[in-house]
Design a protein around this ligand. Structure first.
Ligand code: BDP
Length: 600
């Protein structure tokens, strides 16, 4: 599946705006056929947006079940003889779709796009009724998992279950004979860049590929479905320098000569290409053969009112702060971020650890980190073969969406799953194979939880890079930074013995903005700085530590509980994006002491 775009042969129509909307509180929508005609007793809902914080009633805000969206749309008259489809950028956590009462299909899993062909229901010039029933219920088989107990939805991750159509919905027209998929892999050969592309196309005609630089000058050209383009003296994509070439692919009319500039173009697609390599060598993580140091954050797509809505303005502001503080990288904790965010990362040279929505596969953890959930993680009744199949599909879908992005250097297939048991080992082994088969060119890992330390974790051996979330000085050794430093160093030294690069994907301390203490205690701004100083001393002393990503970029919404006051306050910025004191401290560290390349 290719992302929709406007080219001389393709067109898109964005369906953002107010849609008819109804929460199916009594579960009667299917029986009453709400998809057959105008949605009865409907209100209005913004698309894109998470619906939750637009509600004023607690039960509505927390609603779990079927959520109906509907709008009419006129199919442009000129889209005659085209393939017309609906592209849903994200429906959290699953959706079913009808057009004019005809069922088109469904998709399992939020945060990733899907496309459905309108087939016979697409009548150019006519107005059609699009109905999308989103369902946000989490079960032991969904990714992420959850369970309904006495009518109440529980889940095992520490962020609010925002849901709905939180990214754009598009209507698209593509030629029936068309380019269907592109896989780009790049390499470096001396001063030259190599761009290998493999193209799938439905159509008999020849395929022409032209690569241009940012000025639009042609740098390479080749014909065929398996391409290797050589770029003399290539401008590489590098951290902080998101240089992109543009590959224009043209499927030509059958029988035409690809060398003939006047040959009829049946379909055209543009693909951004960043030329770079990624490799793990010993304990180093290399980008273009140079050791790279990850600085930055685990983040959330999270804002007041619109929840997980993608919003260009808010994204740009977040990115401005990421640059201001000198961060080189982010992890898309704990689900794939919007395609617009990823585009911007590609364009600006932000390095991304791309994570699946597999968070909370660990019944030994509470919503945050304490307590147990009273279930066994992996069992026929809980996370089972069906969960694993969904997990595999999500890995394939994520790779399919982001495989051509130069910003993505490492796939994270799960956050803090149970990893110390034989059942976990059995669950994860095939999933690593799925990831490596889907993308043999990038590194693969998962994020390890502190309950599965070195020597006990049975999954880390499968990973190319060790990613660790650690809270010495917060969840353990709370307030005792001396003991915390000792414990943290000892554990990291043990991991370093494995000879792989280590990225600390989470470390952080909840901090109430404005709470000051001369003698720093947990929750104060001073403690957050003292805590970061301690962690940094530990990282700087261990060569295998090639990355530090603070938890979290900004305060973010969670479920209610005794562990959180209003929200999770581990942000370096507040939820409304103002700096806590630690932001200035980190800025100095990342811009003056650890500028972009590796230590030393
Ligand atoms: C880790 C989780 C993260 C939580 C964080 C915390 O990976 O999602 O928000 O702890 O407790 O366990 O703040």
């Amino acid at each position: 599946m290719l992302r929709p775009q406007d080219t001389p042969t393709r067109e898109t129509k964005i369906l953002d705006g107010l849609w008819a909307f109804r929460l199916d509180r009594d579960g009667v929508g299917d029986g009453q056929g709400w998809f057959r005609g105008p949605l009865p007793e409907a209100g209005k809902m913004a698309v894109p947006a998470s619906f939750n914080d637009l509600m004023t009633d607690a039960a509505d805000r927390e609603f779990h079940g079927d959520i109906w969206y509907q709008r009419s749309v006129r199919i442009p008259r000129r889209w005659d003889a085209e393939r017309i489809s609906l592209y849903v950028s994200s429906a959290t956590h699953r959706a079913r779709v009808w057009v004019d009462g005809t069922y088109l299909g469904s998709h399992e899993g939020g945060y990733l796009p899907f496309e459905l062909d309108l087939g016979e229901t697409a009548r150019p010039g006519a107005e059609v009724l699009v109905t999308i029933c989103v369902n946000n219920t989490l079960t032991f088989q969904s990714i992420p998992p959850g369970v309904t107990e006495d009518g109440v939805q529980r889940y095992f991750h520490d962020f609010f279950n925002y849901a709905g159509l939180d990214r754009s919905v598009l209507l698209t027209a593509t030629p029936r004979e068309r380019i269907e998929d592109i896989t780009v892999v790049t390499d470096i050969d001396g001063p030259d860049g190599l761009v290998r592309a493999s193209v799938e196309a439905a159509g008999e005609g020849p395929l022409r590929a032209v690569l241009r630089d940012v000025e639009g000058a042609e740098v390479a050209r080749e014909n065929g479905r398996e391409l290797e383009l050589r770029v003399p003296a290539a401008h590489l994509w590098a951290p902080g320098d998101g240089y992109l070439y543009e590959l224009t692919l043209q499927l030509l009319a059958p029988g035409s000569d690809a060398a003939d500039d006047r040959a009829a173009v049946v379909d055209e697609y543009r693909q951004d290409v960043g030329i770079r390599t990624v490799e793990v060598r010993g304990t180093e993580f290399l980008i273009n053969g140079e050791p790279f140091a990850f600085t930055g954050f685990g983040m959330h797509e999270d804002h007041a009112i619109d929840g997980k809505q993608h919003n260009d303005a808010l994204m740009l502001r977040d990115r401005a702060m990421i640059d201001w503080i000198g961060a080189t990288s982010v992890r898309t904790s704990h689900y794939p971020y919007s395609e617009e965010f990823m585009d911007h990362a590609d364009r600006t040279g932000l390095v991304v650890i791309d994570e699946t929505p597999a968070v909370g596969l660990n019944m030994g953890l509470g919503g945050g980190i304490f307590g147990s959930q009273g279930y066994t993680t992996f069992s026929p009744e809980t996370c089972n073969d069906e969960t694993q199949a969904n997990h595999a599909q999500v890995i394939r879908d994520l790779v399919a969406r982001d495989k051509n992005r130069p910003s993505v250097v490492l796939w994270s297939i799960a956050n803090e799953p149970e990893s110390e048991t034989a059942a976990a080992e059995e669950y994860f082994r095939p999933l690593f194979e799925v990831a490596r088969e889907a993308d043999p060119t990038r590194t693969v890992g998962f994020v390890n939880v502190m309950m599965a330390p070195h020597g006990r974790c049975r999954v880390s051996a499968m990973a190319d890079v060790i990613m660790l979330n650690r809270y010495y000085g917060w969840y353990i050794n709370t307030g005792d930074l001396v003991a915390a430093e000792k414990g943290f160093r000892a554990e990291l030294e043990a991991w370093a013995g494995d000879g792989k690069p280590i990225i600390i994907t989470e470390y952080g301390a909840d901090t109430v903005p404005g709470l000051h203490q001369l003698v720093p205690q947990p929750w104060s701004e001073e403690y957050q700085i003292a805590y970061m100083e301690m962690c940094s001393r530990v990282f700087d002393g261990i060569d295998a530590v090639v990355g530090e990503q603070v938890w979290n970029f900004a305060d973010f919404m969670t479920t209610s509980g005794i562990m959180r006051v209003g929200d999770n306050k581990k942000g370096v910025f507040t939820r409304d994006r103002e700096p806590k004191a630690v932001a200035h401290w980190l800025r100095t560290r990342w811009t003056e002491k650890l500028p972009i390349a590796a230590k030393g």
